[in-house]
Write a protein that binds this ligand. Structure first.
Ligand code: AMP
Ligand code: TRP
Length: 333
């Protein structure tokens, strides 16, 4: 079946192994299937829900495009563009914010995590962020949205918004209700320093994540220093469940080798951790090393990256501007 794919990544720097295994790897797989129509968006409007330095933001937008391409997304086959340059996203977000209910947004756990204790000081944009995300997806009639596990709740909200719009305006199937594409396993990669926390761009310690721009020595060093316990590798899945750091590292290994925890355990059960870490670092170097080199090469080619975005904006705009016009008509503007 041919799928219409849409996904977004925030240009907030430090794209890491979690982004790669949770999202980008799947983008590449979907992009490689000729039947699919793929759109990958650099969501700069989402990025400014938290304060950004303007110069850094500009660089991070290019770096995100470079990372897409270095990971294997073909810009000839997929549309790659920056969200802020297609006005329909902001327009649709406003209209859909009049469909979404406060009660729905109040349940979003990511807002609670990001806003922290002092919710009063969070931007209004951070609160309504999932509505903009729904606008992104619904403008392109996306059928499938590949994301990591942390976006599951936002996608459910997007589905609710689409259904309520269709119901409120009595226009069946006008907004396509999208399906999430979340990998069954390894869709949440954890910090290398704390197996109970998500690997994240904003975590202070750089040792907590493998950045996609890390060189081979940095990768090897970070795996060496990754938190483990003093016991040998777990013997079975039951024991693994009680040891979150071991589970995370074995999950990374399994995802990199397209395997599963059970098979990986058969290789390493009862062995010394340092031996396993050597093998894992090797796998990471052979997967992430070439991506890191390619990102650095592409970053110098600013004009090439800007052209990809310009081209993508034109294509995205021609789809989104038609959809927003229909939305406006339906609403009665
Ligand atoms: P973001 O960097 O927040 O824009 O996320 C881009 C994509 O990476 C989204 O699909 C996220 O769900 C995914 N992602 C981010 N962090 C992780 C993680 N630690 N594990 C798995 N997927 C992740
Ligand atoms: N909220 C997503 C994240 O932080 C990024 C995003 C924005 C997105 N718009 C989207 C993902 C549309 C999928 C579809 O990871």
């Amino acid at each position: 079946m041919s799928k219409k794919i849409f996904s977004g990544v925030q240009p907030t720097g430090n794209l890491h192994l979690g982004n790669y295994l949770g999202a980008l790897k799947n983008f590449v797989y979907l992009n490689n299937d000729e039947k699919n129509k793929c759109i990958f968006c650099v969501v700069d409007l989402h990025a400014i829900t938290i304060k950004q330095d303007p110069k850094e933001l500009k660089n991070n937008i290019r770096e995100t495009v470079a990372t897409f391409i270095a990971s294997g997304i073909d810009p000839k086959r997929s549309i790659i563009f920056n969200q802020s340059r297609v006005a329909a996203h902001s327009e649709a977000a406003w209209i859909l914010s009049c469909i979404a209910r406060m009660g729905w947004l109040n349940r979003m756990t990511q807002f609670k995590e990001k806003a922290g204790k002092d919710k009063e000081k969070a931007s209004v944009g951070l609160y309504s962020y999932p509505v903009l995300m729904a606008a992104d997806i619904l403008l392109y009639d996306a059928t499938h949205v590949p994301v990591g596990d942390d976006q599951k709740q936002h996608l459910e909200l997007c589905r609710d918004i689409a259904q309520k719009f269709n119901n409120d305006y009595q226009i069946e199937n006008f907004l396509q209700v999208p399906e999430p594409l979340i990998q069954k396993e390894f869709s949440r990669i954890m910090s290398l320093k704390d197996g109970s926390k998500k690997m994240s761009k904003s975590e202070q310690s750089d040792l907590s994540r493998i950045n996609l721009t890390d060189d081979n020595d940095q990768i090897i060093n970070k795996i060496k220093k990754a938190k483990t316990d003093s016991l040998p590798m777990p013997k079975d899945l039951k024991e693994l469940d009680k040891r979150p750091e071991a589970r995370n590292l074995l999950g990374i290994y399994s995802s990199l080798t397209d395997s599963n925890l059970e098979k990986s355990l058969q290789i390493f059960a009862g062995k010394n951790f340092s031996k396993f870490k050597e093998v894992l670092a090797d796998k990471l170097v052979s997967k992430i090393g070439p991506i890191s080199k390619e990102i650095k090469k592409l970053l110098v080619e600013r004009q090439y990256l800007d052209e990809i975005l310009l081209n993508g904006v034109e294509k995205a705009n021609s789809i989104a501007s038609k959809k927003i016009e229909r939305i406006k008509e339906i609403v009665g503007f």
